[in-house]
Design a protein around this ligand. Structure first.
Ligand code: CTP
Ligand code: CA
Length: 226
């Protein structure tokens, strides 16, 4: 019985979360992607919805089932995700960018399947837009949470992203640690905030990290002059 009784401490808060990997087309049969499974972002969407938030989940293609009671928007490329997020931004109170967005896409998308030739192939890639950085520039009232997937210098890189992207919080994980990062059900994260503080969470299930993260967001948001 008690398990069914959820805290409703996010009642009527509008939260948008992005999840999963983007896909950048090369030609009609090929794309570039990355190892993100979407589990972290889906866990955040589910936890927030259970706590009473109005949740929009903007997701790349994953193997996961969207949680009940959330608005689900499926996207393919980084540019699709950019459009889906920006068009909803004004209406949001909290945005959590858990997606692993491609940094580059093929400069030319071939309309026909590329045929193999003898010798090497060189593909030219061009930068995608940084969605989180753009949200940071356009921020009016929103609380902005980014993720940082790192393989080295976690703190320095995470703090750099917090500043450069004008985020309010960065959730950093070292994706080379076992029990953390892509594909697995657990994660080991450190949460960095604008006040210069950080909190290292122990290894936990992504579902538990989601609730801890939302606790931190509510706390930090409450402490901010809005
Ligand atoms: N991000 C984004 N748009 C991009 C790239 C990243 O919104 N085109 C967001 C991610 O969703 C994440 C944060 O920025 O919340 C950090 O992503 P990450 O890949 O760790 O950092 P980058 O700034 O892309 O830098 P790098 O990959 O070089 O470490
Ligand atoms: Ca990146």
């Amino acid at each position: 019985f008690f398990a069914a009784v959820e805290r409703q401490d996010m009642k009527d808060i509008r939260l948008l979360v992005t999840a999963g990997a983007t896909r950048e087309a090369v030609d009609p049969v090929r794309f570039f992607t990355n190892r993100s499974s979407g589990k972290m972002g889906y866990a955040i969407a589910e936890a927030a919805a259970k706590r009473g938030a109005k949740v929009t989940l903007v997701s790349g293609k994953t193997d996961l089932t969207p949680p009940a009671g959330v608005e689900f928007v499926e996207v393919t490329s980084a540019e699709d995700m950019y459009q889906a997020v920006i068009s909803r931004y004004d209406d949001m109170d909290i945005v959590v960018k858990a997606a692993a967005v491609a940094d580059y896409r093929p400069k030319v998308v071939h309309s026909q399947k590329m045929k193999k030739k003898s010798g090497d192939l060189v593909l030219e890639l061009t930068r995608t837009r940084d969605i989180l950085a753009d949200l940071g520039k356009r921020k009016t009232h929103q609380f902005l949470v980014g993720f940082a997937a790192e393989t080295e210098n976690v703190e320095e890189n995470a703090r750099g992203k917090l500043e450069r992207k004008n985020a309010d919080m960065i959730v950093a994980n070292n994706v080379t640690q076992s029990g953390a990062g892509f594909g697995v059900d657990t994660n080991i994260v450190t949460i960095y905030t604008r006040d210069g503080k950080s909190e290292a969470l122990p290894q936990m299930r992504k579902t538990e990290i989601a609730d801890c993260l939302l606790d931190k967001v509510l706390e930090a948001r409450g402490g901010q002059k809005r």
